[in-house]
Ligand binder design. Sequence first.
Ligand code: GMT
Length: 375
Amino acid sequence: MKVGITCYPTYGGSGIVATELGMELANRGHHVHFITYANPIRLDPDIPRVYYHEVEVSNYPLFQYPPYCLALASRMAEVAESYDLDLLHVHYAIPHSISAMLAQQMLAATRRLPFITTLHGTDITLVGTDASYFPITKFSIEKSDGISSISEYLRKQTVEVFGVANEIRVIHNFVNCDLYHPDEAKTGAAAYAPAGERLLIHLSNFRPVKRVLDCVRILAEVRKSVPAHLLMVGDGPERPPAAHLARELKVDRHVTFLGKQNHVERLIPLAHVLLMPSELESFGLVALEAMACGVVPVATRVGGVPELITDGEDGFLEAVGDISAQAARVVALLTDDALHYRMRKAGRWNASERFCSEKIIPRYEKYYQDVLKVG
Ligand code: GMT
């Protein structure tokens, strides 16, 4: 098939899922055209059958806000026509879904161009519910030829909030278990924990919803009984406050801020525990990546996370903001080798049996076929 993929290329889990999906599809013989405003960060340019089409948005002085949505629609239509695309697959409803709908209408006289919208979370739970975007988000969902959501939680939320009647197919996020795998020796960990401290890791875009400061508080609590070091991967608005809090709690020497990293599959396996104290996650992709790497997640019981993590089996789930409960789970994992071994094995098993690429990608392929058949 020839598929056009649009996502936010440089920011957030939806862009990562879209990029990984594109690469997996290309490896399975499909032709994948990324139509985005920048090269997706995790995109491997060496993969055959992957193409990149940049969306350029001219900023005429008259425009207070450059009309990206329109530039994207034009580029989608152009690429679809030139490369004879079978369908468009957009990730994150706003504004990608509307652009896809416009591209579809632009080409309607000459060809059918169906589009699938994958909902990722904040496009429904946050941005989509904002009064200025609600009607257009609902409209774009109703006009999509196929809709998928990355968890059952998000499917229910979408039906509840938008009252849409269309089928929403749940296709959970996935992980490449060959690329994301455990590193039992953890030799690279010494660079961050020279005295053999246990490594905790947090990865996110450091937005308030991730409760990044909780990671620092958990570390300070854990360090009262176990020598531990925290790796903070990513960047965003909560990074300076997190660094400030680390100084205030006198744990700044035990926290390393690494900024944005391209090869997280090399960093995650170095850690023992992943901290994901989020206020909300529709899925929690990073927890899946950690489980595939044999790193046990200590997370919050929110959104779609319980669809991924079974509390007490392959990770721990605690209440949002309950620092002492989350810290106690971390301490248990760092001091009880048998517990850590059992849970990391269970996590790897869960990741590879339920969420590996080989299991999930065919579900997208099937959805593409179903949507193409309807026409
Ligand atoms: O919250 C983020 O990191 C960004 C956001 C996005 O849409 O890019 O992530 C959402 O999509 C991820 C990939 O499907 C999910 O793993 C996250 O749980 C989800 N975030 C929220 O629901 C807050």
